[in-house]
Ligand binder design. Structure first.
Ligand code: NAP
Length: 279
């Protein structure tokens, strides 16, 4: 009998740490399941999900750019995905494929590990895409007062709509520098600082970070310009690796019903990043 299968799908997908991270968790749990990475273009999504049904996948992770589009190919959406408006984990339940979101839990756990005192904090979130949506809803639970900043301000405004104590700003708004200086939590949920944008920062030139500001950059694998500036100003700061591990751990619980070995997952990510010279 072939092994049970899990996968991650996205476009691009080669950079994904999920296969090594989930592979380590499966090994540690003595589950002889396979975790595959599939490069799936938007036009191929429907056909891939049909094949996954036939091949009896236990579930799969969904990453850029399919987190919203996947919903129309599933049989149901769990409350976590409904709330965030995006699916990053699909779980087979009998004949049905159900969409969940584990990014919200992953972000919240990573943030609380870095800064357990952020309850009610004044926060600036850069970005209004899938990762920002998870962060904003997690911060709503933590009663944060938020400013969502995005280059297309209309997207930030749409995310802020209906949320208490939350406003939207364009990335070029002259009020941004003051908002940042007054905030005690900054979250980068844009690709600024990653790969082809490695020299870019969401901070406007000349912005002064206060040393008691907590900074979390969802980009991972190398110190971004935002994290370098935060470290220079002695801020508590972290990259997105712990969020990645925590969202992956929550996906693992949904697929297997087991508690994953977090240390094995972290170690596998660090070893892979070291090997590939990303950090
Ligand atoms: P997404 O849904 O495509 O959203 C991208 C966001 O970044 C949008 O707000 C977009 O603004 C903005 N953006 C894109 N290119 C930009 C540029 N050149 N300049 C300024 N803003 C730009 O992507 P996502 O899934 O939210 O991912 C965002 C980042 O978070 C990525 O770096 C991803 O690797 C990271 N992430 C990390 C984790 C983790 O576990 N650590 C999980 C998910 C994502 P517009 O709306 O104006 O286009």
């Amino acid at each position: 009998m072939p092994p049970d299968r899990l996968a991650v799908i996205g476009d691009p997908i080669a950079h994904s740490l999920s296969p090594v991270m989930q592979g380590a968790a499966l090994l540690s749990a003595s589950l002889p399941w396979a975790f595959e990475a599939h490069h799936v273009l938007p036009a191929e999504l429907a056909a891939w999900v049909r094949r996954a049904r036939e091949a009896a996948y236990r579930g799969f992770n969904v990453t850029i750019p399919h987190k919203v589009a996947i919903a129309s190919h599933l049989d149901g959406i769990a409350s976590s995905a409904e709330r965030v408006g995006a699916v990053n984990t699909v779980v087979r339940s009998g004949e049905h494929l159900i969409g969940h979101n584990t990014d919200l839990v992953g972000f919240k756990q990573a943030l609380l590990a870095l800064a357990p005192d952020v309850w009610g904090v004044r926060a600036v979130i850069f970005g209004a895409g899938g990762a920002a949506r998870a962060a904003v809803h997690a911060l709503t639970d933590l009663e944060a007062r938020m400013t969502i900043v995005n280059r297309h301000v209309v997207r930030a405004a749409s995310l802020a709509e209906g949320l208490d104590r939350t406003t939207a700003l364009g990335a070029d708004d002259p009020r941004l520098a003051t908002e940042i200086e007054d905030a005690r939590l900054l979250v980068n949920a844009t690709p600024l600082g990653m790969s082809h944008l490695a020299d870019c920062s969401p901070l406007p030139a000349g912005t002064q970070l206060q040393p008691d500001t907590v900074v979390i950059d969802l980009v991972y694998g190398h110190p971004t310009p935002l994290l370098r500036e935060a470290a220079r100003r002695s801020c508590r700061c972290a990259d997105g690796l712990e969020m990645l591990v925590q969202q992956g751990a929550e996906s693992f619980r949904l697929w297997t019903g087991l508690e994953p070995d977090l240390e094995a997952m972290r170690a596998a990510c660090h070893a892979h990043l070291k090997e590939t010279q990303v950090c």
